[in-house]
Design a protein around this ligand. Structure first.
Ligand code: AMP
Ligand code: GLY
Length: 429
């Protein structure tokens, strides 16, 4: 079978790499993909964008593709899964209606409230004055979120009323997130440790993947502005057996059952961003796709063939397919362009990946690279995901940073504390 992976980041490279390990797969095609995907033995990249629905359809026909896996949220929110499956193609990813769990925070919050899924209390506003009044009445800390998709940048955790009001004005009056921020959701501030639980779903059955934890702030010790994610590790010790059971019973299963009951069965990956609070796990956000960079640490630990799992999610029958993980921890360190998440330069030559990958357990996923002549150069904010497995978490961390230190490009930066929170928790456990 040929498998098409839509997207061009580190998540898609990790997916294509894992899919290519399946004996049932003869070719993995990235649209548009990246040089990492192109360099896989079974890899090929075609310059078609995921938002070009007709172009994707034509590619599926031309290459005789048996399964399409949609990486990013934007084509899902626009209905690419509906468009392809209505045309008879096998697609991994939820329909447009179900993708609103990520595409509209107001939709997700109302859904959770209707079905008693634990999450922060909230209110939705279309008027900046009313939102401001709510802040003045409820005080800070309070969380301000743009309703629509804002590339992970639409959230302000405001520690003062002034900060909250400024964020409301920027989104609703200043229009910094465009239409996505004309409506805002104000949320109760939750405290605790965050973790990501991704789960395979076929509309009925839910199979959680190994737990993981992202590192969103740009700098060590969770300082600096929020990013798309600066690193991750799996498993996340904060998700012990009891928390994992509660996430399944109180969040994932009710979510999938209630989506089905409402006539929008959920098929694909359901990503629950959770906060482990004093009263148990509560939802911070739902995403309707694989996490980035969580995927890069979860898939290297998966020992089962992923292709039958993806097919079962698309077609049904997930309960009958094995989904297993090895015990070895995995860590990914994001190497970013100088300046990211603010303005940064592109086109810097990257060296040392081959040497880094000769180290045991190391795999480098491409997140923002391109080929310029024969040279590999930077082409995005997050450039590489340097990933390592190890017998223990300290070993995985040491290997990942050993690999990072061999890779060079001008003004590269990374966090130096990926995994430290887990070490602290393991040490005190
Ligand atoms: P989101 O895009 O909704 O995941 O929010 C981005 C980040 O903001 C999360 O990873 C949390 O660190 C933080 N955050 C979001 N909602 C809340 C909340 N209700 N309470 C505390 N922190 C939050
Ligand atoms: N790692 C956060 C996300 O994928 O949204």
């Amino acid at each position: 079978m040929k498998v098409l992976v839509i997207g061009s980041g580190g998540r898609e490279h990790a997916l294509a790499w894992k899919i290519a390990q399946s004996a049932s797969v003869e070719q993995v095609i990235g649209a548009p993909g990246n040089p990492g995907i192109a360099s896989l033995d079974k890899g090929l990249c075609v310059p078609v964008d995921g938002m070009d629905f007709a172009g994707i359809k034509a590619l599926i026909e031309e290459k005789d593709i048996g399964l399409t896996v949609i990486g990013p949220e934007a084509p899902l929110a626009e209905g690419l899964a509906d468009y392809l499956s209505e045309g008879g193609d096998l697609v991994f990813g939820p329909c447009r209606q179900a993708a609103q769990l990520e595409g509209s925070k107001a939709f997700a919050k109302a859904f959770m409230r209707r079905h008693n899924i634990p999450t922060a209390d909230y209110a939705v506003f279309d008027s900046a004055d009313e939102a401001e009044r709510h802040v003045r009445e409820n005080g800070a800390p309070i969380v301000v979120k743009a309703d629509g998709l804002a590339a992970g940048k639409g959230v302000t955790v405001a520690m003062t009323e002034e900060e909250a009001v400024a964020a409301i004005r920027e989104a609703m009056v200043g229009g910094v997130f465009g239409e996505a921020g004309r409506r805002v959701v104000l949320e109760e501030y939750m405290t605790g440790e965050e973790a990501s639980i991704l789960a395979f779903c076929d509309g009925e059955t839910v199979v959680p993947m190994a737990s993981s934890q992202d590192h969103k702030p740009a700098l060590d010790d969770d300082k600096g502005p929020n990013t798309g994610g600066m690193g991750a590790y799996s498993p996340a010790p904060v998700v012990d057996d009891e928390i994992a059971r509660r996430v399944y019973d109180e969040i994932l299963l009710p979510c999938v059952r209630c989506m089905a009951a409402e006539g929008t069965p959920y098929r694909g990956v359901l990503y629950a961003g959770i906060m482990v609070t004093a009263t148990g796990p509560r939802v911070v956000e739902f995403n309707v796709r694989f996490g980035d960079p969580e995927t890069q640490v979860v898939l290297p630990r998966m020992t089962s063939d992923i292709v039958p799992v993806l097919v079962a999610c698309a077609r049904g029958g997930l309960a009958e397919v094995p989904v297993e993980y090895g015990g070895t921890p995995c860590v990914a360190v994001v190497m970013a362009s100088g300046g990211y998440p603010g303005a940064y330069e592109k086109g810097k030559e990257i060296t040392g990946i081959a040497a880094a990958e000769r180290e045991p357990g190391v795999k480098v996923f491409h997140a923002g690279t391109r080929l310029d002549g024969g040279a590999l150069v930077t082409a995005g904010g997050r450039v590489l995901n340097v990933t390592a497995t190890g017998a223990t978490l300290p070993e995985a961390i040491a290997r990942a940073y050993g690999a990072v230190d061999q890779i060079k490009f001008e003004k590269a930066h990374c966090r130096r504390d990926i995994g430290r929170k887990a070490l602290r928790r393991l040490g005190s456990a």
